[in-house]
Ligand binder design. Structure first.
Ligand SMILES: Nc1ncnc2c1ncn2[C@@H]1O[C@H](COP(=O)(O)OP(=O)(O)O)[C@@H](O)[C@H]1O
Ligand SMILES: [Mg+2]
Length: 247
């Protein structure tokens, strides 16, 4: 692998109450890679993703993004590189209109007023939400909220997209649209999900996380056809994979 865009080395994280959420996590992700992080509830997916924006910092070991250590003095650079989509879009949308919400990050990073309209409308156009520009975000459907939250992240031009359970609460149509959209992105992607079919459609690689450890890491098609491995991690194979474990 060329120099990885994301690299974790023996990363451990223990919450202040003593819960050891991540244990000895090591992996490298290449530029443009798409990785599904799959694991049962409580496995450690969100805890790991929160390290990608420095919301949590390793208790031991290291994480680097584009060759920069994720640590206090580098957080600005790290957050420029990483666009994070939270599990609940309500945690991400808080301005009076959709336009203002997508513009928020751009204004904060000093985008000139004359570029603002173009950048916001481009991002909203990409997710098919240009018509929502004047709507208050809290009145949107779950799928529309998700699209607007993605637009806010895209507008910032990140190299890496990190998503936490992006299909939760989506109806089948919105879920399908999200899959189509993600397939068009050339970004490096890390997507935590327990929607195995979604993972298989959007990611070439899968990492299984079980009780805070990476228990498998490889091509998604290989991992998802290994029934015994998935069972050990309390996961079900994607629907397209039969009882023999073959597609
Ligand atoms: N703020 C917190 N304080 C203490 N323990 C936590 C906190 N957040 C999560 N945990 C624990 O860390 C472990 C991993 O949780 P999490 O990363 O949320 O898993 P997942 O996203 O895979 O469901 C779980 O045991 C969970 O209970
Ligand atoms: Mg989670």
């Amino acid at each position: 692998m060329n120099r990885p865009i994301i690299e974790a080395k023996e990363l451990c994280y223990t919450y202040p109450d003593g819960t050891a959420a991540l244990k000895d996590i090591s992996f490298r992700i290449a530029q443009g890679g798409s990785v599904a992080l799959v694991g049962e509830n409580g496995a450690g997916k969100s805890s790991l993703l929160q390290h990608f924006t420095g919301c949590l910092l390793p208790s031991a070991g290291t994480l680097s993004i584009k060759g920069t250590m994720v640590e206090g003095k580098n957080l600005k650079a790290v957050r420029r590189a990483v666009g994070m989509l939270f599990q609940n879009p309500d945690d991400q949308l808080f301005m009076p209109t959709v336009f203002d919400d997508v513009a928020f990050g751009l204004l904060n990073t000093g985008t000139p007023e004359n570029e603002l309209e173009t950048r916001v409308m481009e991002a909203l156009g990409t997710v098919g939400a240009a018509h929502l520009r004047a709507r208050p975000p809290y009145r949107l459907s779950q799928g529309e909220k998700r699209a607007v939250a993605i637009a806010g992240v895209l507008a910032m031009g990140p190299d890496i997209l990190v998503m936490d359970e992006p299909t939760s609460g989506l109806d089948p149509g919105s879920r399908r649209r999200l899959i189509r959209l993600l397939k068009t992105f050339g970004h490096t992607k890390v997507i935590a999900t327990h929607d195995m079919d979604f993972a298989l459609e959007t990611c070439e690689r899968a990492m299984v996380i079980h009780r805070g450890r990476i228990s498998a890491d490889g091509p998604a098609r290989v991992i998802f056809s290994d029934k015994a491995l998935l069972e050990r991690a309390s996961l079900e194979p994607p629907r397209g994979y039969g009882p023999t474990g073959c597609p």
